[in-house]
Design a protein around this ligand. Structure first.
Ligand code: ADP
Length: 838
């Protein structure tokens, strides 16, 4: 047999001997396996050596050996099948039986086999634990005691073995086999648990170190925490507090500890001083709910008397058995915060109060401003009305008289001066009103073709007289290519130039004034530049922008009069027309104002076409129906003007001095057209219009309002009152006729009035005409005329006009010329006069 073969046989047999099965990895089972195998070897040794040579009773000894062999094999089988306890018992029990038989059969208490009783408990202790070992030891002691007693009672033990020392050695070997492995196993286990304990001890030490460090950390955090941290036991007594807690409670921690959470030492109240209940106290709430509570607020009066406001968060602490063991609370002193909050609230309320007060003041100021603005508008409307109404008459009559064919040329010239002065006055009024309108917004350019050359010449002529009076040169330069006819807002451009030229004359004492025109044309459009340069006092650079603001005048010019509105209006106008107005000036050297305007080119034909419609009306075209026109007007001069205009053109005219008279006149006469003054005594134009519209046929009559108001918003208010149209005072005759043309469709003969087309005359003043007058009115008029008291004459005519408008108009036309004699003659015919004189 080779070396390798014998090695593999050994390996095979080793693997056979090794423990298998479910207990293969159990150390006790493995040792037991080894022990059983060793004991089986010992049994084999008995068969081979002990039984043949030393046994006295061989069959009995063989039976014992066989019993042992069977029990060990059974034990091995049980081990392999995983039943450790069965294997242990089937090893221990037969071993004990065999050991007891061996001891008794080899000399009882004197037997060397007694060593089994020492070895067996060791095996039992190893396999069954200390209780088993105790039971085993007691069993062995008891058995040996029985042997002693039996022997003492005189029964000597039998001797089945020879006195040869070898059996004793076999017994010793058996005992060692039984005890040695368990002792080794126990020692190993002891060693292992010793090492484990040592390791655990080190771990414990490390854990203690970590715990100490953690405790130091926690106590550091607690001591430096700004919040008070207080621990309570299950009864609510304080067991711990940190430094912040001491200062909140007002007690050192030794004094605070053992005091209850609601100790009378601290007077606890709500923030507003009310009594506290358990609901207000954090510990009581935690104890009753066993939950964390947050922001529980109450006030605490410290033993020293200081009152602190607290906000507390608290959490319950449970014992190992899960029972309530106390609570930990984090306490914040919120006194400062609450005070700041209260201050903030107070401040906010105060601020709100301030804002309310300020708002009220502002509302008051706004209302006052609105009222002032309204008062201003009212004032302007009234002023406009008051100024424009007489101007209406002045301009209207001046134009009528100058148009009249029988007016001598000298008077016509004077009438033109009256007209110009009236127009200038009107412009002054307009300037103030215009500023008000610009302030209110809503002005736009009113573009139409016009003769630029004519406009410039007109203004130059206007200024020339004043310039000459001051000894100033006036030069007019027009660059080649500047168009003669353009489309733009002529009225605004005229206003700008009059103002700039007027200022130039006003602020220049020596030298002259240049009016220069230049242009840059591109297609149909042209950029027109007009410069007004003077050699006057000039304007300091600091004032050069200011003077374009309303009511601003510069330097010593305050003494020159004026309103300070002109340049502001000019710049606004230039802006409205899409252009600009600029200035270059040096004090002492003069000023140069430059207007730049984008304008459209136009031809003379455009101007003619534009002017055609504005040629004066001579009369209604022959063949037109007879139109009845009611004039509702309280001012004698105005109704006379309208009446003359309309009657002169061929309309039938009646007059009504107020709204109520207008309504009854409408019912009686059914006019086609009504001129309704808006401000009337007794019943105003609005009410009269409303009533007329409500009457049968009232919807068909055309009504046009006449007003001196300048405000556009009033225009829409008037139109919404039910009138068809609207004409402002002072009106031009063309506006009156155009309005009636629009609404009645009446056709006119137009052209320049000549002697061949006189105005239709008023009836001739005669005694017959006056006969219709009551005696009282006649006497009144006669008295006034005799005293040549113009105001009394006007008053008398006004009274007469109320009942006899046409007679009133005839008388007024004479009174206006101070032609009192014909009036007197008509009142008192010559025969009467003679009779009266005689
Ligand atoms: P007004 O002439 O009515 O005072 P303006 O608005 O037309 O109002 O002018 C404002 C001011 O600008 C004038 O008061 C004057 O001080 C200054 N100013 C206007 N034009 C001239 C000028 N050509 N030369 C010197 N100063 C002028």
């Amino acid at each position: 047999m080779g070396l390798t073969e014998s090695r593999s046989t050994a390996q095979k047999s080793a693997s056979l001997l090794r423990l298998r099965g479910p207990l293969a990895s159990d150390p006790s089972a493995r040792i037991l396996n080894a022990q059983l195998l060793g004991l089986l070897c010992w049994v084999a040794l008995q068969y081979a050596v002990f039984l043949p040579f030393f046994a006295v009773r061989k069959p009995a000894a063989a039976a014992l050996a066989t019993l042992l062999a069977v029990s060990y094999l059974t034990s091995l089988a049980l081990l392999r099948s995983g039943r450790l306890r069965g294997a242990e018992l089937s090893y221990l029990l037969p071993t004990w039986i065999v050991a007891t038989i061996l001891i008794y059969g080899s000399g009882g208490i004197h037997s060397p086999a007694l060593v089994f009783y020492a070895a067996l408990p060791i095996s039992v202790a190893w396999l069954l634990g200390y209780r088993g070992a105790l039971a085993g030891t007691i069993l062995c002691l008891a058995t040996s005691l029985v042997m002693v007693i039996v022997e003492v009672l005189g029964v000597p033990p039998p001797r089945y073995f020879s006195a040869n020392p070898w059996p004793a050695w076999f017994v010793l070997l058996f005992a060692i086999l039984i005890a040695a492995l368990p002792v080794i196993a126990v020692l190993r286990a002891l060693n292992e648990s010793l090492a484990l304990s040592r390791h655990q001890l080190e771990e414990l030490h490390r854990a203690q170190e970590a715990l100490r460090a953690e405790r130091d950390l926690v106590s550091g955090i607690m001591e430096t925490s700004p919040a008070g941290i207080v621990a309570f036991n299950r009864d609510g007594d304080i067991t711990f507090t940190n430094a912040a807690g001491e200062s909140i409670l007002g007690l050192s921690r030794t004094d605070a500890v053992k005091r209850s959470y609601n100790s009378p030492e601290w007077r606890l109240t709500t923030f507003d001083g009310g009594a506290v209940t358990d609901e207000n106290l954090a510990f009581a709430r935690v104890r009753s709910s066993l939950r964390t509570v947050q922001d529980v607020c109450f006030a605490l009066e410290q033993p020293g008397g200081r009152r602190v406001l607290l906000s507390v968060n608290a959490a319950p602490v449970f014992t190992g058995g899960g029972e309530f063991g106390g609570a930990v609370a984090s306490i914040q002193d919120v006194t400062e915060r609450r005070n700041v909050e209260a201050e903030l609230v107070h401040y906010r309320e105060h601020l709100e109060e301030l804002v309310r007060q300020r708002t009220a003041e502002l509302v008051q100021a706004r209302d006052a401003a609105l009222a002032a603005n309204h008062a201003k508008s009212l004032f302007l409307a009234n002023m406009s009305h008051e100024l424009r109404t007489p101007l209406n008459a002045i301009l209207g009559f001046a134009s009528l008289m100058s148009d009249a064919p029988d007016t001598p040329d000298t008077q016509r010239g004077q009438l033109q001066i009256v007209t110009r002065c009236g127009e200038h006055l009107l412009e002054l009024i307009n300037e103030v009103l215009e500023t008000a309108k610009i302030e209110a917004g809503g002005l736009s350019a009113d573009n139409a073709p016009f003769d630029l050359d004519g406009l410039v010449m007109e203004i130059a002529d206007m200024i020339r007289v004043r310039a000459a009076e001051k000894g100033l040169q006036l030069s007019l330069q027009k660059a080649p290519g500047v168009p003669s006819v353009i489309t733009a807002d002529a009225a605004k451009l005229r206003q700008i130039l009059i103002n700039l030229m007027g200022n130039a004359v006003k602020f220049t004492e020596r030298g002259g004034i240049d009016l220069r025109l230049d242009s840059h044309t591109s297609g149909n459009m042209c950029m027109l530049t007009i410069e007004v340069a003077d050699t006057g006092i000039g304007i300091a650079s600091a004032d050069q922008e200011r003077i374009f603001q309303p009511f601003v005048q510069a330097g010593k010019t305050l003494t020159e009069g004026g309103t300070g509105l002109g340049l502001a209006i000019c710049r606004q106008y230039a802006g409205i027309m899409g252009g600009s107005l600029g200035l270059e000036s040096a004090p002492g050297k003069g000023s140069r104002f430059r207007v730049t305007l984008p304008v459209q080119l136009a031809g003379p034909a455009d101007v003619r076409a534009h002017d055609a419609g504005s040629q004066p009306v001579i009369a209604i075209e022959p063949g037109e129906p007879e139109y009845r026109v009611l004039v509702v007007e309280d001012k004698i001069e105005n109704w006379m003007l309208l009446e003359r205009l309309l009657r002169g053109a061929g309309f039938q005219v009646r007059l009504a001095p107020d709204g109520a008279a207008a309504v009854s006149e409408f019912q009686a006469w059914h006019p086609h057209f009504i001129w309704m003054d808006w401000r009337l005594p007794v019943m105003d134009g609005r009410e009269a219009t409303k009533r007329i519209r409500a009457l049968p046929g009232g919807r068909d009559v055309k009504i046009a309002a006449v007003t001196a108001s300048v405000f556009d918003e009033e225009r829409s208010a008037i139109l919404s009152a039910g009138v068809d149209d609207f004409v402002r005072k002072p009106f031009r005759s063309s506006e009156i006729f155009d309005c009636m043309e629009r609404h009645l469709g009446v056709k006119y003969v137009r052209g320049n009035r000549t002697a061949a087309s006189p105005l239709l005359p008023l009836p001739v003043l005669s005694a017959e005409l006056l006969q219709a007058l009551p005696e009282e009115l006649r006497a009144d008029l006669a008295n006034a005329v005799l005293h040549t008291d113009i105001s009394r004459v006007t008053a008398a005519i006004s009274r007469i006009s109320e009942g006899h408008p046409i007679l009133g108009a005839v008388l007024a036309s004479h009174a206006a010329r101070l032609a009192f004699t014909p009036i007197l003659q008509a009142i008192r015919p010559p025969a009467d006069t003679v009779r009266g004189n005689s």
